[in-house]
Design a protein around this ligand. Structure first.
Ligand SMILES: [Zn+2]
Length: 265
C-alpha cells in the first residue's frame, strides 16, 4: 500500500494533468497552441483567473458555470480531470512509483487526448500518435539500459519495434483488404498509427488482446446504437476510444489474462 501523502500527491498531479489534457482536447483539432493564450471561457472569452482554475474543485464551487457570463461549462472538463486522477491512482496501486508508473502515466494521458478528440471530430491527431511512437521506443531503451521495470510493462527495444510493425501492419492489412473488396475506406489511417503507438509503449504481445477487446467493445456498442437508432442507419463509430480501452485493459490486467489463458490452461 502506498503511503497516504503519496496517494494525495498523485491524485492532485493527475487532476492537474487532466486539466491540461482538457486544453489539448479542445485546441489540438483547431491547430491552436496548447500553451498560449491561457485558459478562457469558450463563450465570453473572459480569461479564467488561477483561483477559478483549480482542477475538480473549481468546477464544483462554481457549479459548472463560467464566473463571468454564467454559461454552462461542459461536465466533460470535470470528468477528464477525474479520469486522469483516478487512473494515476490505479497506476500507483498497481506499480508503485517507478518506471512503469511514469510510462503508464504518459501513455494514459496520450490515450485520453486521442479518445476525446476522436469522439469530437473523428480524427486521431498525428501530433500525439506519431511522437507517441518515438516516446514509446525511447522508454523501451531506457527500460532496457538505464532503469529496469520489474513489472515488465516496458517492453524490450526489440519488443517495442515489433509492436510498432505488428500494430501498424495488422490494421494496414485489414484496411487494405476491406478497401479492396468494398471500395470503401473503412479504417482511418489514424487508427493504424494509434495501434502502432500502443505497440511501441506496450510491446507486440499487447496487440492481440488490445484488438480483441476493442473489436468486442466496438461491435457491442455498434449493435446497441443500431438497435437504438434503427437497423438501417450506418453509423460510423469512432474506433480509437475502443483501441485505447483495449490498451488500458492490457496495461492493468494483461499479464494476468495472458497467464491465465495461455499458460495455466
Ligand atoms: Zn464566460
Amino acid at each position: 500500500m502506498p503511503e497516504f501523502h503519496l496517494v494525495y500527491i498523485v491524485f492532485i498531479v493527475g487532476a492537474m494533468v487532466g486539466s491540461f489534457l482538457n486544453v489539448c482536447i479542445s485546441r489540438i483539432p483547431n491547430g491552436e497552441s496548447v500553451i498560449h493564450p491561457p485558459s478562457h471561457c469558450p463563450k465570453c472569452q473572459a480569461p479564467i483567473p488561477f483561483f477559478h482554475n483549480i482542477p475538480l474543485v473549481s468546477y464544483l464551487l462554481l457549479r459548472g458555470r463560467c464566473c463571468s457570463c454564467g454559461e454552462r461549462i461542459s461536465f466533460r472538463y470535470f470528468a477528464v480531470e477525474l479520469l486522469m486522477a483516478s487512473l494515476a491512482l490505479l497506476l500507483l496501486y498497481q506499480f508503485g512509483l517507478g518506471l512503469a508508473f511514469v510510462v503508464g502515466f504518459i501513455f494514459i494521458a496520450a490515450l485520453i487526448v486521442i479518445s476525446f478528440i476522436d469522439l469530437d471530430v473523428r480524427i486521431v491527431p498525428d501530433v500525439i500518435s506519431l511522437p507517441g511512437i518515438v516516446v514509446g521506443i525511447l522508454f523501451s531503451v531506457i527500460g532496457h539500459y538505464v532503469i529496469s521495470d520489474p513489472f515488465d510493462i516496458v517492453p524490450t527495444p526489440l519488443g517495442a519495434l515489433i509492436g510498432v510493425l505488428v500494430g501498424g501492419g495488422f490494421l494496414l492489412t485489414v484496411a487494405w483488404i476491406y478497401e479492396r473488396f468494398t471500395g470503401v475506406e473503412g479504417m482511418g489511417g489514424g487508427d493504424i498509427k494509434l495501434l502502432a503507438m500502443i505497440g511501441a509503449f506496450l510491446g507486440w504481445p499487447s496487440i492481440p488482446l488490445t484488438l480483441f477487446c476493442s473489436s468486442l467493445g466496438g461491435s457491442v456498442s455498434g449493435l446497441c446504437i443500431m438497435l437504438a437508432k434503427g437497423v438501417d442507419r450506418r453509423y460510423a463509430l469512432p474506433f480509437a476510444p475502443f483501441l485505447c480501452l483495449g490498451a488500458l485493459v492490457y496495461l492493468f490486467f494483461g499479464r494476468e489474462i495472458i497467464d491465465f489463458y495461455v499458460f495455466r490452461r
